[in-house]
Design a protein around this ligand. Structure first.
Ligand code: ATP
Length: 439
């Protein structure tokens, strides 16, 4: 892995996530389960926000992409046609001493990374999670939990085309869970057995595929920048010939410099006409597009930007993390983009034992709540309340103080600059919406 280091280490992020309610270990009271994580009150908001801005940007704000929500369970033949049954495998080695298993490409020097023991020869291990449909657990009822959302879009190509009357180029977008029986889940939520993907399958005329591939690589790279990721922590990496998946003509990975090194956030592949041809072959259905210009049926090529929401969430958290010294004390602040921040505004009364202040603050919070995600908190001193909001990345705090009862104004404090401005109560909502970029 790369030698460069980000400013925060993973332990700090993991403990912040637990302390503040972003991410918990799955089934923690039972000792946890490998490769599965639970998103707490703020984590679920962060993830939803990532999904919402992605959907807004790729579906609602474009005229050429429509959405889909396909089932996790699909016909078992899908996975034969896609090549997953045969080749969705990782090479696996066992340690003869401690019996632990590793991905062969994750170990160095042929010895066990845990105990230094001797390793077995590598053998292939299929990453799909098996399950059975119906009451009988035999081969006839065997299927898999989808390892990617993509296939749902390929098998619905003709349905979507007919229902939406699209012309090439057009795309289908989907967000959903995917499952992979990763041999060694690790690095917190980076590599898990259950995760969420945000994928686009963009259908283009053969011959225009390379140009569209480049356009999507740029578009997707810019998307991470648009939501605040630091450019120097992002890079593009093209797959080498021997690294390419069986369906791919060319693939670029968008990588982020995590505390554990550069690693993939999203892959953008030129899948050629492989998928539609395979499904046409296995299903016996025609999966073509009638090109009016040439009067012929063609099999579109597919450009696929495929990203992981959990990886994006982790990268946004790591990227936003700052430690500052303020009046000789450490301030931890998540400088999340306002669209991603779990809570947009926190309303805080300066004194919690003054009912008039509390009432005014609660009233203001309930008004704001109709417009943006708003928290109300009076459970600690103001300094502590600010620190809590900084740590979860809340862009604005609104403080109601004794003067507010007289001058009908409150103080708005900005997270990043810590600047404070006095604003008349009737103008608070608009001032905040402007500050959040929603004016
Ligand atoms: P890797 O090489 O890291 O295993 P991959 O190349 O197999 O990933 P893809 O099949 O391209 O991944 O999946 C598309 C996206 O789905 C990835 O860019 C990643 O963001 C996400 N993803 C894939 N596997 C996992 C996983 N085990 N845990 C979390 N996210 C994942």
């Amino acid at each position: 892995m790369a030698e460069e280091k980000t400013t925060v280490d993973m332990d700090t992020i993991v403990s912040l996530c637990k302390r503040r309610g972003f991410i918990f270990q799955s089934s923690e009271i039972y000792g946890g389960v490998g490769g599965s994580w639970d998103y707490g009150p703020f984590g679920v908001e962060l993830k939803r926000n990532i999904k919402d801005v992605w959907w807004r940007d790729v579906v609602h704000r474009r005229d050429d992409i429509v959405g889909l929500d396909a089932g996790i369970l699909m016909h078992p033949k899908v996975w034969e046609a896609s090549g997953h049954v045969e080749s969705f495998t990782d090479p696996l080695v066992d340690c003869k001493n401690c019996k632990k298993r590793f991905r062969a490409d994750h170990v160095q020097d042929g010895v066990c990374p845990e105990c230094g023991g001797e390793l077995t020869e590598s053998r292939l291990f299929n990453l799909m999670l098996k399950t059975f449909l119906g009451p009988v657990e035999d081969d006839a009822s065997l299927t898999y939990l989808r390892p990617e959302t993509a296939q749902g879009m390929f098998v619905n190509f003709a349905n979507v085309l007919e229902a939406s009357r699209r012309k090439l180029p057009f795309g289908i977008a989907q967000i959903g869970k995917a499952f992979r029986n990763e041999i060694t889940p690790r690095n917190f939520t980076f590599r898990t057995r259950e995760f969420e993907q945000m994928e686009i399958e963009y259908f283009v005329k053969p011959g225009t595929d390379e140009e569209w591939h480049q356009r999507w690589v740029e578009e997707r790279f810019d998307w991470y920048l648009r939501y605040g990721m630091r450019k120097e922590y992002l890079r593009l990496r093209q797959h080498e010939g021997d690294e390419l998946a069986h369906y791919s003509k060319a693939t670029y990975d968008i990588e982020y410099l995590f505390p554990f090194g550069w690693a993939e956030l999203e892959g953008i592949s030129n899948r050629t006409d492989f998928d539609l041809r395979q499904h046409a072959l296995f299903s016996g259905r025609e999966l073509t597009y009638f090109d009016e210009e040439t009067g012929t049926h063609i099999v579109p090529y597919i450009i696929e930007p495929s990203g992981g929401i959990d990886r994006a969430a982790l990268a946004f958290l790591v990227d936003a993390y700052r430690e500052e010294k303020v009046r000789k004390r450490k301030r931890v602040v998540l400088q999340l983009h306002p669209d991603l921040a779990p809570v947009k505004v926190a309303v805080l009364p300066l004194l919690r034992n003054r009912p008039e202040l509390v009432d005014l603050a609660k009233e203001l919070a309930s008004d704001l709540r109709m417009h943006v995600t708003t928290a109300y908190d009076d459970t600690a001193s103001i300094g502590r309340l600010y620190r809590r909001q900084d740590e979860i990345g809340t862009p604005f705090c609104v403080t109601v103080d004794v003067d507010s009862l007289e001058d009908h104004a409150v103080t708005i404090r900005a997270r990043d600059s810590m600047d404070q401005v006095r604003v008349p109560i009737p103008e608070v909502r608009q001032t905040l919406l402007d500050g959040l970029g929603r004016g």
